[in-house]
Ligand binder design. Structure first.
Ligand SMILES: *[C@@H]1O[C@H](CO)[C@@H](O)[C@H](O)[C@H]1NC(C)=O
Ligand SMILES: *[C@@H]1O[C@H](CO)[C@@H](O)[C@H](O)[C@H]1NC(C)=O
Length: 259
């Protein structure tokens, strides 16, 4: 008890003695605090401006990563600095992205039926027309046998054509002892003043279809190519009268791979 009282007395005594000195001391501490706070606020202003700049120039992710690795205390500071202005930026950016159709252009079209190709002019080339109502078409156009490009880029172009012949279905008994079955994919450049089609790829064969009662032969081709706005692609075949009208037998398509 006595020891406690003595300690209390000592404390009071020391407090009283130091009082005047401390008043002056706390005054300068306040000033230092105010200057310190102002300096910190200034720094925060600069830091938030820099943060917005970094965000706009695409450094946001790196900043986020770096702050995740910092100490919790520091992280809290940078969070309050960066989070608010950047959050709204992020949200706006997200909204823009959702509104924009980010799908790659593509088309896949089955042959237009009923087909009505004549058995005359057998080896003359015939352009196939496609059914754009039955097929898929994303950001591409279809016109008069041609798939047309709306968005320039590097595309993969493909086509499959099946030819078939059944003796019993041929009332006119056509000569099929030597049929040439060829498929050609052409590219029409929009920029040309006189459009001259460029052959992209060809394939096929010559077959003797007078031996078996039922015959079928399919040609499938594909390749990559740079296409520009307004360019068209189309498919010509020989002996179009033998084309298989099934959607899974004869189709034409393309899809964009990159810019
Ligand atoms: C098929 O084409 C021929 C001429 O090549 C024409 O006379 C005939 O009317 C056409 N049939 C159909 C269903 O379009
Ligand atoms: C493709 O066939 C059409 C007839 O349908 C013809 O007018 C055109 O010239 C052919 N294209 C080529 C490059 O032979």
């Amino acid at each position: 008890m006595a020891a406690n009282d003595y300690r209390a007395y000592l404390r009071n005594h020391i407090d009283m003695e130091e009082a005047p000195g401390r008043a002056a001391h706390t005054g300068s501490t306040h000033r230092a605090l105010i200057f310190g706070t102002l300096a910190v606020m200034g720094l925060l202003q600069v830091a938030s401006s820099v943060a917005i700049l970094l965000h706009l120039t695409g450094y946001l992710r790196e900043v986020d990563l770096a702050s995740a690795q910092r100490s919790p205390n520091e992280e809290m500071h940078s969070e309050t600095l960066i989070a608010d202005p950047l959050k709204s930026f992020k949200e706006r950016k997200e909204k823009c992205r959702l509104k924009k159709d980010t799908r790659m252009p593509s088309a896949h079209l089955p042959i237009k039926t009923p087909t009505n190709f004549s058995a005359k002019n057998r080896n003359a080339l015939t352009m196939i027309t496609w059914d754009d109502f039955q097929g898929l078409n994303v950001k591409m156009r279809y016109h008069d046998g041609r798939i047309q490009v709306d968005e320039a880029g590097y595309y993969y172009v493909y086509a499959k054509t099946c030819f078939r012949y059944a003796e019993e279905h041929d009332s006119s008994k056509e000569d099929v002892s030597n049929v040439q079955l060829f498929q050609y994919i052409y590219h029409e450049k929009h920029t040309q003043s006189v459009i001259t089609p460029i052959l992209l790829t060809k394939s096929g064969g010559t077959l003797q279809w007078n031996i078996a009662k039922y015959n079928m032969y399919c040609v499938e081709q594909g390749r990559g190519i740079q296409l520009n706005n307004g360019d068209g692609i189309y498919v010509n075949v020989s002996n179009a009268w033998l084309l298989d009208p099934a959607a899974d037998g004869t189709y034409f398509g393309t899809f964009k791979i990159s810019n």
